[in-house]
Design a binder for this molecule. Structure first.
Ligand SMILES: Nc1ncnc2c1ncn2[C@@H]1O[C@H](COP(=O)(O)OP(=O)(O)OP(=O)(O)O)[C@@H](O)[C@H]1O
Ligand SMILES: [Mg+2]
Length: 378
């Protein structure tokens, strides 16, 4: 375990931090089923990377391969600069926390945490010190003498984390560790894990299918789909610069407009249904005539007041307006027949548009992205 950093603030992950884990063209097939196609990425010291994706996308398979509990069909796993593809799990220096944080029910919390140290034949005095140290870290120093069943779910989860941290593994792997907890406890544990990670510069590979959890906790997110990596990047990159329609659709809400590229370039012009013109950013090589999708987030769509303008403008009728407290969601059917959803912060002084009302909407070039409609070749 790295020494606690001074203060709670964590150094930003620098591109030159040492690589702790390198996944190189790792794939796994079970009989005829491909669980993982070919995954490659590096995880740097102190980084928090989350594997996010729908059920069955290969997240657990990849985590198990890193843990050494599943053998890959192809590819290599490097840990701390050493080839570890065929290294036994207990020789890998990785700690694992699963959803069912199986603490030994008949052992006290102290003994549960001491277990991995006993396995490593650490002297008793050191064991006592180390157990006390991690109980402090997870802020449960008073529960050492209790049995697991005498703790709440969230406390047990923290103990599972402490047991994993106590021997200072190079990398901590967590597979849906908060899956069994209720929403409120989950939110609190998210903050606690993030705080632990920040304070102690732990390197974490995390798995969840909850996009908000992934965005809130991670330095980078690896979005997986059907055994393939769709995109790896910071939460902001994935949200604002999705590289495929799947990414745009999976993270948050989006308006997705089908069309044909009319003009390529940094600012692309797309021709949508019934001549609807959309100008937006593009980060891909797309040629005029290609089938594309324009992605615009509902919060970027504005209802234009009299005289107000935007880079992209369209007119339509409000079909639905839903007040949900802090925000309202408005659905507008454009004259081109397309339905656009807009999300606005509410204002007690400004009336909400009503169904049937004629409106003009708009959004700026920087608030839209044009993507290839077909999946890019991998
Ligand atoms: N032991 C196995 N034998 C056969 N197929 C398997 C095995 N383990 C996983 N799979 C298949 O591999 C695919 C990926 O499974 P995996 O458990 O990695 O998904 P996941 O992303 O973790 O999903 P979830 O969010 O539901 O946990 C699935 O189609 C699954 O059915
Ligand atoms: Mg899983």
């Amino acid at each position: 375990m790295a020494a606690p950093a001074s203060g709670a603030a964590r150094e930003a992950i620098t591109p030159d931090a040492p690589v702790k884990l390198s996944i190189r063209n790792v794939g796994k097939t079970y009989g005829g089923i491909t669980a993982l196609e070919s995954a490659s990425f590096d995880l740097r010291q102190g980084e928090f990377l989350t594997l996010l994706g729908p059920s069955g996308s290969g997240k657990t398979t990849l985590l198990m391969i890193v843990a050494g509990l599943v053998q890959p069909t192809r590819g290599e796993v490097w840990i701390d600069g050493k080839l570890a593809t065929y290294t036994m799990p207990d020789k890998r220096d990785v700690g694992v926390v699963f959803q069912n944080y199986a603490l030994f029910p008949h052992l006290t919390i102290r003994e549960n945490i001491a277990f991995p140290l006993r396995m490593r034949r650490m002297p008793e005095t050191r064991i006592a010190q180390e157990v006390a140290r991690v109980l402090d870290i997870v802020q449960l120093p008073h529960v050492a003498a209790r049995l697991p069943r005498e703790l709440s779910g969230g406390q047990q989860q923290r103990i599972a984390l402490a047991r994993c941290m106590v021997y200072g593994p190079s990398i901590i792997l967590m597979d849906e560790p908060l899956g069994a907890l209720d929403r409120k406890l989950r939110d609190r544990m998210q903050l606690e894990i993030k705080e632990l990670h920040a304070r102690h510069a732990i390197t974490v590979l995390y798995v969840t299918h909850d996009q908000e959890e992934a965005m809130a906790m991670s330095d980078r997110v690896c979005l997986m789909n059907q055994g393939q990596i769709e995109q790896i990047g910071t939460p902001r990159e994935l949200y604002f610069k999705p590289s495929t329609p799947f990414v745009a659709d999976f993270l948050g809400e989006s308006n997705m407009l089908d069309g044909t590229l009319e003009k390529a370039g940094d600012v692309a012009l797309m021709r949508g249904p019934h001549g609807l013109a959309v100008r937006a950013r593009t980060h891909q090589v797309i040629a005029p005539g290609d089938a594309v999708k324009a992605v615009v987030r509902p919060e970027s769509v504005r209802l234009l007041r009299e005289g107000e303008t935007a880079d992209n403008e369209a007119a339509g009728d409000v079909t639905e307006a839903v007040f949900v407290g802090g925000v309202s969601r408005i659905f507008i059917t454009l004259t081109q027949g397309v339905v656009i959803s807009a999300k606005q912060l509410t204002d007690a002084a400004v009336p909400q548009p009503r169904p049937g009302e004629r409106v003009r909407i708009g959004w700026n070039i920087d608030h839209g992205v044009v993507l290839k409609a077909s999946e890019p070749a991998r």
